[in-house]
Design a protein around this ligand. Structure first.
Ligand code: GLN
Length: 495
């Protein structure tokens, strides 16, 4: 197997046993980026110099440990090349959030997630493309042009973490960070055939994350295996004094527990009929049901469950998320960050800067969000949406009294064509129909590849669990991946 085909876990083992160096791994990734990037545009910026510098440092750390100069074994991420979604700050690298308005913004500090990876010795290959401010489901809303799906460059990679998903699928990076406000880790993971883990709200600190919908936003991982997701989560999770929403409890030993997971005896899996409605592509339904059968063969018991408020989740999400976005994006006024399109006075500077800097989807959302919060409309829209949010959460509370995990399709369809949904925002929003509810309730969700459709495009199965049950989702996904080999299918790329 080629170096870049290895899982993150395996690459880490090879580093430890000095079968390979981080410099070799990093060069292999940079070569793949060089050859595939012109077709895919997964990255907004490639940080080759930083990556090579970090790789050499990581190699020195392994060598020092091997020679007994330091007793503490380096992290399993030491020397592993990763990619980071451009909504997260990495000191000295531009952070645009896919927006022209932040084109020249270079943060002086690391997000906590970036800092933890850096401290573990990870190698930063670059910043990945995203829908502007993570608003979208196809990466076509990026102010810098879309990313293409490595399985078929005529199609979208999903979004908003489309650059990260494409980079991992195309073997440009061993793993990547994304963010998930309504599905942006799981949906592109499904469309690109990789594993996407969105942890519970509060599991990973969001300090240094460019905010979209603060009551939903959560950092997540894109990897090729559940094991790799566990490895990254181990480093990322945990309390942070700089994010008041990060939970104070330290994370469990994800990887240790994962290695014990060999069957699913006694695990109750709920299958919601609402996630198999008429809009679901028949092959998606067939493959996901077959995948649930595999889980049953490993001892899981399968039950039907109801999530009756599912259809109301989408309008509630878009009201609340846009309301929060309208407040969060008020800070981009040309004064402190990014572009300034100035004129004679303050008011015109605001207007010109925001008119020129924001793209159409972002403007639409700021307007909708502002409207939903306006006096006179607040009760009818924002407040009602919050009540629906409670009902959606109660659906899950009831279901999780009956079952341990919920399983279904991640997305209604496989990857769609570029341009197919750009004129119809509602159609675009519907591609998150099954992922949004989980964010409304703050729950963990994981998407893993479970088949290919007739066009050879990946299909994703979504697993949902109660708050802070990441381990359970990882275990189920790991058992599935031990029994099947969908995660080893890779898009055909030259070189
Ligand atoms: N597609 C959804 C939206 O556009 C979710 C985006 C996300 O999770 N960041 O809002």
């Amino acid at each position: 197997m080629e170096l870049i085909e290895q899982s993150l876990r395996r690459a880490g083992d090879m580093l430890r046993t000095s079968e390979v160096s981080s410099v070799e791994l990093t060069e292999a990734c940079l070569r793949r980026i060089e050859s595939a990037e012109p077709d895919l545009h997964a990255f907004l910026a490639v940080s080759g110099d930083l990556a090579m510098q970090q790789a050499r440092r990581a190699d020195r750390a392994w060598a020092a440990w091997r020679r007994g100069k330091v007793s503490q074994q380096p992290s399993p991420l030491n020397g592993i090349p990763l990619a980071i979604k451009d909504v997260l700050c990495v000191a000295e690298l531009a952070a645009t959030a896919g927006s022209r308005i932040l084109e020249n913004f270079v943060p002086a500090y690391d997000a906590t997630a970036s800092a933890r990876l850096r401290a573990a010795g990870a190698v930063f290959l670059g910043k990945t493309n995203t829908d502007e401010f993570a608003m979208g489901s196809s990466t076509e809303n990026s102010g810098f042009g879309p990313t293409r799906n490595p399985w078929d460059p005529q199609r979208v990679p999903g979004g908003s973490s489309g650059g990260s998903a494409a980079a991992v699928a195309a073997r440009m990076a061993f793993g990547a960070l994304g963010t998930d406000t309504g599905g942006s880790v799981r949906q592109p993971a499904a469309l690109c055939g990789v594993v996407g883990l969105k942890p519970s709200y509060g599991r990973i600190s969001r300090f240094g994350l460019i905010a979209f919908g603060s009551s939903f936003d959560q950092i997540g991982t894109l990897t090729r295996t559940a094991e790799d997701a566990a490895l990254l989560l181990q480093t990322l999770a945990g309390p942070d004094a700089r994010d008041a929403t990060s939970v104070p409890t330290p994370p469990p030993d994800y990887l240790g527990a994962l290695s014990q997971a060999t069957d699913l005896a006694g695990l109750r899996i709920g299958v919601p009929e609402e996630y198999f409605d008429a809009g679901v592509q028949p092959e998606v339904e067939t493959r996901v049901r077959a995948a649930i059968e595999v889980l049953a063969e490993f001892g899981a018991e399968i039950f039907p469950v109801r999530l009756p408020h599912t259809e109301h989740a989408l309008p509630a999400y878009y009201l609340i998320a846009n309301a929060e976005a309208s407040a969060n994006l008020a800070r981009y006024d040309g004064m402190r960050y990014g572009q300034r399109h100035s004129d004679h006075n303050l008011w015109e500077t605001y207007v010109n800067t925001r008119s020129a800097g924001f793209g159409p989807e972002v403007k639409r959302r700021i307007m909708l969000g502002t409207y939903a919060l306006a006096a006179g409309y607040y009760d009818d829209y924002y407040l009602r949406a919050q009540k629906v949010r409670t009902l959606v959460k109660q659906d899950f509370d009831t279901a999780f009294e009956q079952v341990d995990v919920i399983a279904g399709p991640t997305t209604p369809t496989t990857a769609f064509k570029l341009g197919e949904k750009t004129d119809d925002p509602l159609q675009m929003y519907l591609s998150d129909a099954f992922t949004l509810s989980c964010n409304l309730a703050g729950l963990p969700g994981l998407s893993l590849p479970c088949g290919l459709d007739i066009n050879g495009l990946p299909i994703g199965m979504q697993l949902l669990g109660p708050a802070f049950a990441e381990q359970r989702l990882l275990n189920v996904a790991h058992v599935f991946q031990q029994a099947t080999d969908w995660q080893r299918h890779a898009p055909a790329l030259e070189n």
